[in-house]
Design a protein. Sequence first.
Length: 228
Amino acid sequence: MSHLIADFLNLLYPNLCIICGENLMKHENQICLACLNNMPRTNYHLIKDNPVEKRFWGKVPVFKATSYFFFTKGSPYQKLLHELKYKGNKEVGTVIAQHAASELLENNFFSGIDFIIPVPLHPKKYVSRGYNQSECIGLGLSKILGKPQFTQLLIRVKENTTQTKKSVYDRYVNTAGIFELTDKDALAGKHILIVDDVLTTGSTLEAAIQTLQVADNVTISVFTLAMA
């Protein structure tokens, strides 16, 4: 009976792939297998000193870093981020992050991390959006990597203006002093995986990493769902 109800509901509210719009199979979620296979992956977790890690060279110390896929304006895969950030589809961030984590797990790219910290939103932005998209991504990673996510150790205390269309220098200035630690002792001697949705210039992540460095003997790695 439950299968009949599910099939009936699927007729009324079809479960479609975000990318191609085709009906999803019962074992698929958010994205069909064909679109998942065609995703423009960076595969940077397979490359030593990869371009994501190089973004932070000479700025902040990062142990390992990678992004799952390339973000290009106009690409069908841009829909994933729009669904996550602007359409209230929290699940897509978790689902895609689970796919990413499964691939990362194959070569133990983030082995040794103790816990995950998502880049936080300012409380006003959180209330406006209703959730933090980076937390959704962190949840997906946590489920596959088996590491806890903590959302209150790093907080955003400054509501900076949007980074869109800002120069590299202006982005750096715009992110100065926007984060604070609530318990630096909890981070001492730990390996932290900090998570964000999209890597552009890296200025927001740099500000977060600088704040995390206040803790003693801390190691920091970085994961973003996409890379511009």
